[in-house]
Design a binder for this molecule. Structure first.
Ligand code: C2E
Ligand code: CA
Ligand code: CA
Length: 541
């Protein structure tokens, strides 16, 4: 059996306490030895220091700083052989020697740790039977004072099972310890009976998640959920949570994501003798308090915060599970589907949408479940336009748990854009049917300027524009107007004529062109400034 094996149910679980144990002491089976002999061996193992305190560090998962040590009893028997605590603790309990062990461990560990720097705590495991003696807090305090270690840095760990029999006496002992400033932790949380009732019955200061929910939680969503629930429970109740049996970085990182403040396990260090623990104090450094500041990040608080964020969001928000069921929607999202959030919650998209939207959305969502990034999509629901952003949601272990949807109603924007397109076309049309064009000519009558139209090609050379204008004039009118114009020039008086101008689509618009001579001080023409406009301005014609 491994030294650190976790077959410790005997010491902590009353259901198994009566089982016949075939253990060995100093390499020999205890069977066949008299009780007196065994008791004497155990007694001397305690008094001569063969049973000694191993310090296992408990650290801040995020920073790695040392928070404290749990003291684990180690029995080094003759020949250097290690006897696991699961084997000798039940014996000590049976022979009424367990208090002697606790006292010896306190004496030895606290006297050594007293002068180490920092404010780390030291936690001792207390057997169920020890809680049934009312005077226990008194001798605990006496030992502590004698060892010179501050009481407020002393903690004790009790298992849920230990509170099973003679509950009232046990709670009375715990209350007394608490009033003395000794922090009481609930050990192996989640493995005993009616854990929640225990939390209500006594103000535990610390809650230790049993290693069975920690080891391998990176690979097991079930363990992850339980760990998350216990961490949340601790946060809600303001109890510091310690994860036991942390062996890998992956486990630690997930626990950190879940908000677990403290960790214990081989990843951070196994139980070691005092001199090695002393080195850990220097190496890991201690935070200012034995526990990180307890921010209220409880699920309770988070829920309320999220709920208000959800409701006040200017966008529609929805969380769908992997079966495309609406787990949570805000009012705006529900409104998009023409319902209340109450009506939608719990229903699949098939139950609340119909084709073609359903088909389109199902395709988008299924793609999003497979891909990490999904482009923004446009969906039309009840004649309104929505932009839909879909994001796959994974839990801290990387398992897909659903989809997050954000919808923005873009109907108004689209309307404006459509209107802009329309008005642009309208303007172009108007410009064509009712153009007003400025033109100018040299004294000899040569037209050298025509103002551009909205429909004109941008950056077109002047001569090209002028030529294009001539080409738009009805051929019958072109020669006549030219003749009239040239004949008029010598009069040096305002000129006016009409002509037909071609439109796209083959119609002709009747235009009037007028020009005024611009004279110098001698009365000679410098330029002719002209204006062409439709003769009849009637859009409907
Ligand atoms: P516990 O209080 O749950 O202590 C944690 C056990 O898990 C220890 O086993 C520890 O060595 C082991 N452990 C710590 N980190 C890891 C890890 O990362 N992986 C694995 N697999 N195991 C880890 P240990 O030392 O064999 O102690 C077993 C049990 O014996 C303890 O369980 C505790 O209930 C009891 N015990 C130990 N010392 C005392 C004591 O002084 N008094 C009493 N009453 N019980 C004690
Ligand atoms: Ca413990
Ligand atoms: Ca434990």
């Amino acid at each position: 059996m491994a030294i650190y094996g976790k077959q410790k149910a005997i010491a902590t679980n009353p259901a198994k306490a009566n089982r016949t144990v075939n253990f060995s002491v100093e390499g020999r089976s205890t069977r066949g030895f008299s009780n007196n002999y065994i008791k004497a061996r155990l007694k001397s193992a305690i008094s001569n220091g063969n049973i000694w305190p191993a310090f296992q560090p408990i650290v801040s998962i995020d920073s790695g700083h040392l928070a404290g040590f749990e003291i684990l009893a180690r029995w080094t028997a003759s020949g250097g052989r290690n006897i696991p605590p699961d084997h000798f603790i039940p014996l000590l309990e049976k022979h009424n020697l367990i208090d002697d062990l606790t006292k010896a461990l306190i004496r030895s560990s606290c006297a050594q740790a007293r002068d180490w720097p920092g404010t780390f705590f030291i936690a001792f495991n207390i057997s169920p039977c020890q809680l049934l003696h009312e005077e226990m807090p008194d001798w605990l305090m006496a030992e502590e004072v004698r060892a010179g270690f501050p009481l407020n840095r002393l903690q004790i760990e009790v298992t849920e099972g230990s509170l099973h029999s003679q509950e009232e006496t046990a709670y009375a002992t715990l209350r007394k310890l608490d009033s003395l400033g000794v922090k009481v932790s609930i050990d192996d949380f989640g493995t005993g009976y009616s854990s929640l009732a225990r939390l209500e019955a006594f103000p535990f200061r610390k809650l230790k998640i049993d290693a069975r929910f920690v080891r391998g939680l990176d690979r097991d969503a079930g363990k992850r959920r339980i760990a998350a629930a216990i961490i949340g429970l601790g946060q809600s109740l303001g109890i510091t949570v310690v994860a036991e049996g942390v062996e890998s970085e992956k486990e630690a990182s997930i626990l950190s994501d879940l908000g677990c403040p403290l960790g214990q396990g081989w990843l951070f260090g196994a139980g070691v003798p005092a001199h090695e623990a002393r080195e850990m104090v220097d190496g890991l450094g201690t935070p200012h308090t034995d526990t990180p500041p307890l921010l209220d990040a409880s699920p309770f608080q988070q829920l309320h915060q999220l709920r208000s964020l959800y409701q006040q969001s200017p966008a529609g928000l929805c969380f769908l599970d992997v079966n495309l069921r609406h787990v949570r929607v805000n009012d705006l999202f529900a409104k998009m589907l023409g319902a209340s959030s109450f009506q939608i919650t719990g229903k699949t998209i098939d139950e609340v949408l119909s084709d073609p939207t359903l088909d389109q959305l199902r395709e988008i969502l299924n793609a999003a479940l497979k891909n990490d990034h999904t482009p923004t999509q446009e969906v039309v629901i009840a004649e309104r336009d929505y932009q839909v952003f879909v994001q796959k949601v994974v839990d801290v272990g990387g398992d897909v748990i659903g989809l997050s949807l954000v919808t923005v109603d873009v109907t108004e924007q689209k309307h404006i854009i459509r209107k802009l397109h329309l008005s642009d076309a309208h303007f172009r049309h108007l410009a064509e049917v009712s153009p007003t064009i400025a033109w100018a000519a040299r004294p000899d009558g040569t037209v050298d300027y025509i103002s551009p139209l909205a429909t004109d090609i941008e950056g077109e050379a002047m001569q090209k524009r002028i030529d294009r204008w001539y080409s738009k004039m009805h051929t019958d009118d072109l020669a006549r107007v030219r003749a009239e114009w040239l004949a008029w020039l010598p009069s040096v008086r305002p000129f006016s004529t009409t002509f037909r101008m071609a439109q796209t689509g083959g119609n002709y618009l009747l235009m009037r062109s007028r020009a005024h001579p611009q004279l110098d001080e001698n009365g000679a023409v410098i330029r002719w400034n002209g204006m062409i406009s439709p003769l009849i301005v009637d859009e409907g014609a």
